[in-house]
Design a binder for this molecule. Sequence first.
Ligand SMILES: [Zn+2]
Length: 147
Amino acid sequence: MEITEVRIFPRESRDKKLKAYATVTFDDCFVVRDIKVIQGNKGLFVAMPSRKMKESCSKCGHRNVVRSKYCNACGATLPMIEIVPTDKEERQSEHRDIAHPINSEFREHIQKAVLDKYDSLPESEKASDTHSHTSDENIDNNNQAKA
Ligand SMILES: [Zn+2]
């Protein structure tokens, strides 16, 4: 299976960790959207599209985000689901991949294709916050006003 097209859609998230969405085409005939380019502690990585797991309220049937304490629709107390202690497994219980490679080789292949494309974007397209003021600048301005 070959990656025949990668399209990058830069996106600025509030926490600055989500850098872009990617749409990847395989063999000119299969498209996967909402692949994410994320800034991690050790550099950029690619996350497969995922959805938040929901659980139904036993009283009214409203679909709440997993491990909500109360139902968002009727306020009923929801049964607590056993939480697996490690961060990784906790995340997996909340998010489930919609589409993903089943071996690390192909995961690497997708990641490289997406990150190469992302890196090839001009800087002006990657970041849209270059004109915003930093908090440091604001503090300086305040001090000058007082003096
Ligand atoms: Zn309910």
